[in-house]
Ligand binder design. Structure first.
Ligand SMILES: NC(=O)c1ccc[n+]([C@@H]2O[C@H](COP(=O)([O-])OP(=O)(O)OC[C@H]3O[C@@H](n4cnc5c(N)ncnc54)[C@H](O)[C@@H]3O)[C@@H](O)[C@H]2O)c1
Length: 309
């Protein structure tokens, strides 16, 4: 009897808290969630030398954060540093770092800790795409995709998470992709790496939650194509449902999600619905939709990032 009373009480508390969490989420659809203050926070962005990484750096510069910029390309990274200073950042540090090399990540991370301090917002953004069919893709390129797009996240977390746990303060941001949610023809290694990055970030989110480290937040970002040149040549057959995202818009949405401590951000929002459909529709129907929307052949016109002259 006492067991059933205890389990009824537990069930009622669970239902009450669940209802409250749903109402809270609905409320924040109507009134915007308050944004946290990131002035003075040490924000590390990998792949800061161009595209999304650069734009994120400029946004955090305007918010008064201390910036740590990593990129394998020293020249473009320093260009971002200068642009961040022009945007108002007073403390910006650029480090050349090849995130695909574990020892280099650990070495540069130690340098950052000594020279700048404890990173409190880590944005794993560096990424590459091969854009080749699986059997045409050389092994080294597939390994590189996994090293940059996924394994680098393991090493950066290893380097910076312990201090976040000790301080119960931090934010882990994973730039994954819509290709981490849905497998795409012609993007096997990229999809695998982005899906791994997603799974890893979500697992660490669960791990810190289980350890009651409520001060450590996670944001996992899954965008469709963004106009950065990474997916040069690719087009969309359904621009109303799946538009190619404007870079400024994507960066603003990501920063907003970080400031509002949003755990998942899919862009455009139609992706939430497509992922929901994927979870229950018959496979034939899913393939018809994918074909109708041009998703099956979306990589056919891929030409890849333009090489700098
Ligand atoms: N552009 C898109 O359509 C799109 C869509 C979904 C997700 N994403 C993801 O967004 C992120 C940013 O992409 P982007 O479009 O700005 O691409 P981008 O090519 O403009 O920028 C990527 C940056 O990462 C750097 N980089 C590459 N390899 C590196 C390494 N080994 N170590 C350190 N830095 C390295 C590059 O030098 C470059 O500055 C990537 O993770 C990408 O996969 C992009």
């Amino acid at each position: 009897m006492s067991f059933s009373l205890e389990s009824t009480k537990e069930l009622l508390i669970f239902l009450g808290k669940s209802l409250f969490s749903i109402l809270e989420a609905l409320l924040f659809q109507v009134i915007p969630k308050p944004r946290k203050n990131v002035a003075g926070e040490i924000v590390l962005i990998t792949g800061a030398g161009s595209g999304l990484g650069r734009l994120l750096a400029l946004q955090f510069a305007r918010l008064g954060s201390v910036l740590v910029l990593w990129d394998v390309n020293k020249e473009t990274n320093e260009e971002t540093l200068r642009m961040a200073q022009e945007a108002g950042a007073t403390r910006v540090h650029a480090y050349p770092c090849d995130c695909s090399r574990k020892e280099e990540v650990y070495r540069v991370a130690d340098q950052v800790k000594r020279e700048v301090g404890d990173v409190s917002i880590l944005i794993n953004n560096a990424g590459i795409v091969t854009g080749k069919k699986f059997l045409d893709c050389p092994d080294e390129l597939m390994e590189k995709s996994l090293d940059v797009n996924f394994k680098a996240h393991l090493w950066t977390y290893k380097a910076f998470l312990p201090t976040m746990i000790a301080n119960n303060h931090g934010h882990l941001v994973c730039i994954s992709s819509s290709a981490g949610l849905i497998g795409i023809n012609g993007l096997a290694d990229y999809c695998a790496s982005k899906s791994a990055a997603f799974g890893f970030a979500e697992s660490i989110f669960m791990e810190t939650f289980a350890q009651k480290r409520k001060g450590i937040k996670t944001t996992i970002v899954c965008p469709f194509f963004i106009k950065t040149g990474m997916f040069e040549g690719c087009t969309t057959k359904c621009p109303t449902v799946l538009p190619i995202l404007d870079l400024e818009y994507a960066a603003r949405k990501i920063v907003d999600a970080i400031l509002q401590e949003q755990t998942y951000l899919y862009m455009p929002s139609s992706l939430y619905f497509l992922v929901f459909l994927k979870s229950f529709l018959p496979i034939k129907t899913r393939m018809l939709i994918a074909d109708y929307m041009g998703i099956i052949h979306i990589m056919d016109s891929f030409t890849g990032p333009k090489k700098k002259p």
